[in-house]
Design a protein around this ligand. Sequence first.
Ligand SMILES: *[C@@H]1O[C@H](CO)[C@@H](O)[C@H](O)[C@H]1NC(C)=O
Length: 232
Amino acid sequence: MKATAISLFSIAWVSTALALPSQDLTKRSSVKGFDISHYQPNVDFTSAYAAGLRFVMIKATESTDYISPSFSDQYTGATNAGFIRGGYHFARPGSSSGSAQADYFLKNGGGWSNDSITLPGMLDLEVSDCDGLSTSDMVAWIRSFVDTYHSATERYPILYFSPSWWTQCTGDSEVFSEECPLDVASWGSEVGSIPGGWSTQTIWQYADSNPYGGDSDEFNGDEASLKKLASG
Ligand SMILES: *[C@@H]1O[C@H](CO)[C@@H](O)[C@H](O)[C@H]1NC(C)=O
């Protein structure tokens, strides 16, 4: 452990001397967070914050007929404990249009405010069998959600998916990588390869558990960059 720390320091020092300092140093900092849903109705946000977690994504809605019964309490609890937080929407593309689901999400907790503690809303893309949509219909559905969210908030939503879901359900479309921040689900010790044209992830969901509930996430940058993501 000690040896690793020393060698990383040396590499960082060499990189600084080689004139690509900010890029290399940014990659070395990260902020831990987690994501939760109605399956975790009693999260101890104060302890989670004390343990070093700084952001949390909270499930707000699903399709156009489900609001998480825990969302409001979790959002308030996270806010009071000092978290940077945001809502997410579980996509059901086979049930209704992307714009209808974005509107529902916006009305029920998924909106964005420029208050420096609210992350742009996140679209959770993990429904099995692509909910019956073809890859082109799925890309059009996501486009409709993304554009509706952006018109309402001036922010592009974060897209969450696993590499296999994106490849299967969008045919590895690259049309969102310039706009939407990526939260990639890739459980293990490395992010691995990222589909869809993103050069890097914004958030990495690296484990499907967390001591404080839900899943474990890591923001790819330091706390100042996380705050920047919150304020656009
Ligand atoms: C949010 O507010 C900050 C500070 O006032 C400003 O710099 C930024 O452009 C705003 N973001 C958006 C997307 O309006």
